[in-house]
Design a protein around this ligand. Sequence first.
Ligand SMILES: [Zn+2]
Ligand SMILES: [Zn+2]
Ligand SMILES: [Zn+2]
Length: 182
Amino acid sequence: MGYETARFTSANIDKDLMCPICMCVLEKPVETPCEHSFCEACILQWLQTRRRCPLDNTVVGTNQLCEPSRLLTNQLGRLEIACDFRAEGCTERVPLEYLAAHRLKCPHNPRPGQQPRTADARAAVQPRQGRPAYHDQYEDDDIPSGLEAGLAVGAVAMVGAAIGAVVGGIIDYKRGRNRTHD
Ligand SMILES: [Zn+2]
Ligand SMILES: [Zn+2]
Ligand SMILES: [Zn+2]
């Protein structure tokens, strides 16, 4: 279960930062092989009965869930959220990445030094593997994850050809534009 949107300062939270299952802001997000992100607790519960991604029906095993991209983690971490103890009187708003640290020292925490929620046990989650170091910067240019395993050289060649066609198209487009400027 994610964080209620009402706790955030921003009125318009990016759809990519929301869990499609609980419709809240992602809490401890994990990514499926089909590159969809969910709260870890939400997708694990979903997969207990349905073994497919709720968005595109891709077959997903619980052992295939991995850490989300750093891009998503960073975006999520910057969202300003109200403290868990606002009902106890805390008016603090902190970036989500500092929420856990704030909870520990919050003067309104009825049990200081203790996390009100479950600890960060992420046993089911795989680290992101085979991602080049520059992955986050070039997120959109990335090869689809299924190909990263190096399963099909032919498929990679096909993707290469497709990229070539797109690049060719862009060059043609630019040439066309240049011509209009001449
Ligand atoms: Zn969720
Ligand atoms: Zn999916
Ligand atoms: Zn607080």
